[in-house]
Design a protein around this ligand. Structure first.
Ligand code: RUQ
Ligand code: CUA
Length: 761
């Protein structure tokens, strides 16, 4: 070891590289000195560094803010694993460039208009009995009131729904403990009827807020608009929401700001919104019995607005399912404790967090003890009758998350740029840590479920100012990882995120996720149904019906079938493609020059791309993923011919191959077969059948080799006729099949060696 290091140093010095710094001989102390690292830094590094091949304990799903996407990263390594296209196109995954995903994005068009961005805020993982179950993910779009469903079996967006009565929303997505409903609350009040104008002078009478309960059909994996409903609410700028759990299951809680119902108009000399909307010392927490609301809707007590069931305030008040409680002051987050007993409201413009007791709220409701009614007749429960305690935490408290330890909560302090650790049972502060800078949300592991896992906290900071190398006036966002396993919090890591303001993040134990590695052959991944354009090997074809040309093609290393598509100018072309691979991670891409279509086709998936061949010419198409050594050769031509073009009698030019070329190729085939035989001997000498991944690879390899027989008879027939061009090329094709089989076989062999396969003979 030492002599190697010495040698390496000698080489470096001799070549003049790194003169003066003997890199390879550095000790840990040397590195600490050179990089200016403290013992504390080393500790942080040891807690986050994840060596090659090792995986993370938790996966985080982060809102991608204005990108309309979701980011997936690992904790504690903070390595980004995926961007999921949700409300906006994502080219790598073909999202928005193939027909199946376009159909999902089209669900999110509003009033017939395509919306090409989203303001994603709050992701939520589906729950079973209040525990994250790792099956589905929901996220909202504030600007264009929409909600999306992502299936965590393949991390793909399956559905987008548009809220039928709002023009913006913020308080979503929050799930009820069994994911019966996904909650989405409005933000800026507007008339609920679509495309209806009322002047601002009629704000109090005609403008409304609300909260929507989207019914989730878990079996279908989709939201069911026909069974979803909303509750009409006053124009109080509803903000965040949370669902009750345990004793408070069946209830939901929604904050508000600007319950002043102030209408600005600075250009007309009126004081601005910010002054008028924060003038009062309190706003209202909305307390809703959603279980009872659902029953009332089922009994036909809702009114249809824009074809959607809306339970009007009048009905809600009469039926006793809607209450208000004052809360200080322009509050932001509302978070139900894991035991479901308390509701924590963070003050934003007030230094306190207010801890409301669900028991006390229920007692007041039972006793009919209300301090007043709001202008819409909604009973108001006195603050002191509902409060458990109030704790002064600091400036700008926004959001709260929970620890695995009883009664321990963490609240973000936006103005102070700190995280406060505190006890919500006793009402006392335990610790504080500074973050950089202006923290918005914060997130602990499964920290909004009934069973938080503790361990780590991520601070989602709005500003990063000087934390990273400057990249122009627009700075990255900063997710800071904090160790919360001890009494004192320790800052571990800064992760810059180069995507629009990431609002909220949720993190789940990685072991709870069970994503697939391939689809059943011929699956439309966006509907989970068999794809009408799917074909198996040997069934590829091109059909014409009038000016409609439909291609039924396949992809497998390293060719696209068909390799030529001939159409006429003006034809409407649909290309269906099925990836026939079984091996893990053998994705092929598909693109046609200048027609703006792209697809990512994972093993088993079928997709289609569609375009009008409106330009005469020659357009290469090819695979866009580096899928094998012959990836670049995974190509073909779309020939767009002028109308009435007569086929040429000329043949494609031949290459001058000789008999000796043919013999050389045959020798290559024999040598390669020897390699394959030795790999096969190794694999079959082990218990490889215990490794499903290897079984799949072996099947793929056998498939490839199986095709060689046909190529072999072709080269032998050509050789008999002394057609050395055909003989040599078909022999080459035999070799291509062998190379692919050997490639997969070697992957399988490596996999077995690395995963402890046992010899069985
Ligand atoms: S919000 S920084 Cu959109 Cu969740 Cu609070
Ligand atoms: Cu398939 Cu590259």
């Amino acid at each position: 070891m030492k002599s190697l290091a010495v040698k390496a140093t000698a080489v470096l010095l001799a070549t003049g590289i790194g003169a003066g710094a003997a890199w390879s001989a550095e000790s840990l102390q040397d590195v600490m000195k050179r990089r200016g690292l403290s013992q504390q830094d080393l500790m942080a590094a040891a807690k986050t560094y994840t060596p090659t091949g090792k995986r993370d304990e938790f996966l985080a799903f982060s809102s991608g803010g204005q990108s309309g996407q979701i980011l997936v990263y690992g904790i504690p390594s903070m390595r980004i694993l995926k961007y999921i296209g949700v409300f906006t196109p994502e080219p790598w995954q073909g999202y928005g460039y193939d027909e199946e995903s376009k159909a999902v994005l089209r669900q999110g068009w509003i009033d017939g208009k395509e919306i090409t961005w989203g303001d994603t805020h709050h992701p939520a993982i589906s729950e079973t009995q209040g525990q994250y179950d790792g099956q589905f993910l929901f996220i909202n779009d504030k600007a264009n009131p929409r909600l999306a469903v992502v299936d965590l079996r393949d991390f793909e967006t399956k559905q987008i729904v548009v809220n039928p009565i709002y023009k913006s929303e913020h308080g979503g997505a929050f799930v009820t403990p069994d994911t019966d409903y996904v909650i989405e609350a409005a933000q800026y009040a507007t008339p609920l009827e679509n495309q209806k104008f009322y002047p601002l002078e009629e704000f109090n009478e005609k403008y409304r807020g609300g909260v929507t309960y989207w019914k989730f059909d878990r079996k279908a994996g989709r939201l069911d608009p026909s069974k979803s409903f909303s509750l009409e609410l006053p124009p109080y700028s509803q903000d965040l929401s949370d669902a009750g759990k345990g004793p408070s299951d069946g209830w939901s809680f929604t904050n508000s700001f600007c319950s002043e119902r102030y209408v600005g108009g600075i250009e007309k000399g009126r004081p601005p919104y910010e002054a008028g909307c924060s003038a009062k010392d309190t706003d209202y927490l909305h307390v809703v019995n959603w279980k009872k609301a659902a029953e009332l809707v089922a009994q036909g007590k809702a009114k249809k607005i824009n074809g959607h069931d809306v339970l009007m305030m009048e009905t809600a008040v009469k039926e006793g399912i809607l209450f208000l409680i004052p809360e200080p002051k322009s509050p932001h987050g509302v978070d139900v404790t894991p035991d479901g007993k308390f509701i924590i409201v963070a003050g934003k413009l007030d230094t306190h967090v207010s801890v409301y007791s669900f028991d006390k709220i229920q007692a007041a409701i039972k006793a009919g003890k209300f301090e007043s009614k709001d202008p819409y007749g909604i009973p108001v429960i006195g603050m002191k009758d509902a409060l458990h305690t109030q704790v002064p935490l600091g400036l700008g408290p926004l959001h709260t998350q929970f620890d695995a330890k009883q009664c321990v909560a963490y609240t973000s302090l936006y103005v102070d740029s700190q995280v406060a650790k505190w006890d919500f049972c006793e009402g006392k502060v335990l610790d504080k840590i500074s973050v950089h800078y202006n923290i918005g949300h914060l997130m602990t592991m499964e920290g909004d479920s009934v069973d938080p896992k503790g361990r780590y906290l991520v601070a989602l900071n709005k500003l990063s100012i000087d934390r990273f190398n400057p990249v122009g006036p627009l700075h990255p966002q900063n997710h800071q990882l904090i160790d919360i396993s001890n009494d004192k919090m320790q800052l571990l890591y800064d992760m810059p995120l180069p995507l629009g303001e990431p609002h909220y993040v949720v993190a789940i134990e990685a072991s709870k996720l069970k994503p697939g590695v391939r689809y059943k052959v011929g699956t439309n991944s966006r509907t989970d149904e068999p794809h009408p354009g799917k074909v198996r090997a040997g069934e590829e074809r091109i059909e014409r019906d009038g000016n409609k040309v439909t291609v039924y093609g396949t992809l497998i290393r390293s060719h696209i079938t068909p390799e030529t598509i001939e159409v006429e100018v003006g034809d409407e072309v649909t290309i269906n493609l099925t990836n026939l691979e079984r091996a893990q991670d053998e994705t092929h891409g598909f693109a046609v020059s200048t027609y703006n279509v792209h697809a990512s086709i994972e093993p088993g998936k079928s997709v289609s791309v569609k375009f009008k061949a409106d330009k005469e010419g020659v357009y290469p198409y090819y695979c866009t993923e580096f899928c094998s050594a012959l990836h670049l050769e995974m190509q073909g031509y779309l020939l767009v011919k002028p109308k009435g073009w007569k086929a040429t009698t000329k043949e494609i030019a031949k290459a001058a191959y000789t008999e000796s070329d043919y013999q050389t190729t045959l020798k290559k085939v024999v040598d390669t077969q020897a390699v394959i035989d030795s790999v096969v001997a190794f694999i079959t000498s082990t218990n490889y059948k215990d490794f499903p991944d290897v079984v799949n690879m072996v099947e793929d390899a056998t498939d490839q080799l199986g095709k060689a027989a046909d190529a072999k008879s072709r080269h032998e027939a050509a050789a008999a006729k002394q057609d050395w061009e055909q003989a040599n090329l078909w022999a080459e094709q035999v070799w291509q099949y062998q190379v692919k089989a050997a490639d997969i076989g070697i992957r399988a062999k490596t996999y077995l060696e690395q995963n402890g396969a046992k010899k069985i003979q």
